[in-house]
Ligand binder design. Structure first.
Ligand code: ADP
Ligand code: MG
Length: 212
């Protein structure tokens, strides 16, 4: 069986996964992590719920960001506040042995002022739901100029919830985006449409059975 060391991750990330009780990578992690670390620009990862997709993108993001620079470099977009908080929590655990990494959550139904304050302090990774993120973009309270990585997590859920236009708006407002990673449990035609429009020859990895 493969280990996290063998996937090419930074030792500090390997140590943190070990402490979380992750012994072996899941199938989607084993396939996605080396590809993403290897500089693949556009990526589609398809795997069912509960297969460890958060670490499949979270660990490579932590490995790739520039910790010396305190501006948003990676943007993770997900459908709900709960998921947003869960992703931030997991990334916080993964980055335990890395200093200088800052992550923040951006979601609706709570004070925007506090989120603006957190963003002003300087973060490299922003995890956001579409509505609040667009609010921040329109208020010019978030700087997306230097976002290189955009992750669309639970892309099928976001499209089901009617976020297609919002996602396209976000993708159009990340001028330096050179990597777009899409994760989903299913592959409906709407996702194909988004990927055709905004991704270039994505590497597609599928684990198990995936419905269209
Ligand atoms: P998904 O996004 O695919 O639904 P998650 O990323 O939320 O899945 O992971 C589901 C659960 O599995 C989480 O509790 C996570 O901490 C755990 N997990 C992820 N990867 C591993 C691993 N390699 N070994 C053990 N547990 C893991
Ligand atoms: Mg998930």
């Amino acid at each position: 069986m493969t280990t996290f060391e063998e996937l090419g991750l930074d030792d500090r990330l390997v140590k943190a996964t070990g402490e979380l009780g992750f012994v072996n990578p899941t199938a989607i992690q084993e396939k996605a992590i080396p590809v993403l670390l290897g500089g693949t620009k556009d990526f589609i990862g398809l795997a069912q719920t509960g297969t460890g997709k958060t670490a499949a993108f979270g660990l490579p993001l932590l490995n790739l960001i520039d910790v010396q620079a305190r501006h948003p470099q990676a943007l993770v977009v997900c459908p709900t506040r709960e998921l947003c908080l869960q992703i931030v929590k997991e990334i916080e655990l993964f980055k335990k042995y890395m200093s200088g990494v800052f992550v923040t959550a951006v979601y609706g139904g709570t004070s925007i002022g506090l989120q603006i304050r957190d963003l002003k302090r300087g973060v490299q990774i922003v995890v956001a739901t579409p509505g609040r993120l667009i609010d921040l973009i329109e208020r010019k309270a978030i700087n997306l100029e230097q976002i290189q990585y955009v992750v669309l997590d639970e892309a099928d859920e976001m499209l089901n919830m009617g976020f297609q236009d919002d996602i396209e708006f976000i993708l159009k407002n990340t001028p330096q985006r050179d990597s777009t990673w899409l994760f989903s449990a299913t592959m409906p035609p709407e996702i194909k449409k988004v990927s055709k429009r905004y991704m270039t020859e994505p590497v597609e990895v599928q684990v198990g059975k995936v419905n269209t």
